[in-house]
Design a binder for this molecule. Structure first.
Ligand code: NAD
Length: 226
């Protein structure tokens, strides 16, 4: 595939580009900053979008907001992992999903996708028997708080309290505590490397180029449901 990587000079974009190139794809970076890798670089998405199969975004809420009209105009599939976006940008993404395939995931890892599918299958009446708390830990340069992953898991668990810690170079830890009467369940996920997100984003890009218009999540890749 030919892939435009918006935010391709950042921490996550760099890991994604490196991974996609090693898997035999051609990548083009669009960013405000020059890429760390030796990769074709553009400052405007418009200059490269006609020649790509799909756009992958790891930028910022503002960056994602800026590219939605271009993606719609050129009818290109979009995979976005940018977190911290507001309801306004989410609404625009869902609108765009009416004319092009869009896959949005605050976490591309297989582990968090598995946890999400598990949580969605817990009956609400059983869930109500527990006090639930989510704890998330990320590197100190992470811009949003709580993490997009914690918010996504929190929505399924009917908005439990979330605590956030920003420390060191941590790639991402999410722990969910279920406090019942005389028992505690702990579900925990740790990203050991950013490769797990790159792998999921590339698999998403490969899948959505063949999908009809729609707004998809990571579960769509595994369950076939949107
Ligand atoms: P970063 O700050 O290191 O990189 C962001 C890059 O985007 C920078 O190079 C910046 O110059 C560029 N950028 C931002 N706004 C732009 C704009 N308007 N126009 C052009 N370029 C712009 O951040 P990061 O750690 O790489 O994370 C990027 C995003 O990806 C964050 O929202 C983060 O939470 C998210 N993320 C998602 C996943 C996932 O699995 N979905 C995993 C890791 C990070």
């Amino acid at each position: 595939m030919n892939i435009a990587v918006y935010g391709g000079s950042g921490r996550m974009g760099t890991v994604f580009c490196d991974y996609a190139v090693k898997k035999g794809h051609s990548v083009f970076v669009i960013d405000k900053q020059t890429p760390k890798l030796n990769i074709p670089f553009y400052s405007r998405l418009e200059d490269v979008i006609p020649s790509v199969d799909t756009v992958v975004d790891f930028s910022s809420p503002q960056g994602l907001n800026e590219i939605i009209p271009t993606i719609e105009r050129f009818h290109k599939p979009l995979v976005s992992g940018t977190t911290g976006i507001g309801n306004d940008v989410m609404t625009k993404l869902k609108e765009a999903g009416k004319i092009i395939p869009i896959l949005y995931a605050p976490n591309f890892s297989m582990g968090i996708t598995l946890i999400k599918i598990l949580l969605k299958n817990i009956p609400q009446e059983l869930l109500r028997e527990f006090d639930i708390h989510i704890e998330e830990i990320h590197h100190k340069n992470k811009k949003d708080k709580p993490s997009g992953t914690a918010k996504m898991l929190g929505e399924i668990l009917v908005n439990p309290e979330i605590s956030s810690i920003r420390v060191g170079d941590e790639r991402g830890i999410h722990k969910i505590y279920f406090y019942g009467e005389d028992e505690v369940i702990e579900l925990s996920h740790r990203a050991v490397s950013r490769i797990i997100f790159a792998r999921g984003a590339l698999a998403s890009a490969q899948s959505i180029i063949n999908m009809p218009p729609g707004f998809y999540t990571m579960e769509a890749l595994w369950t076939g449901k949107k």
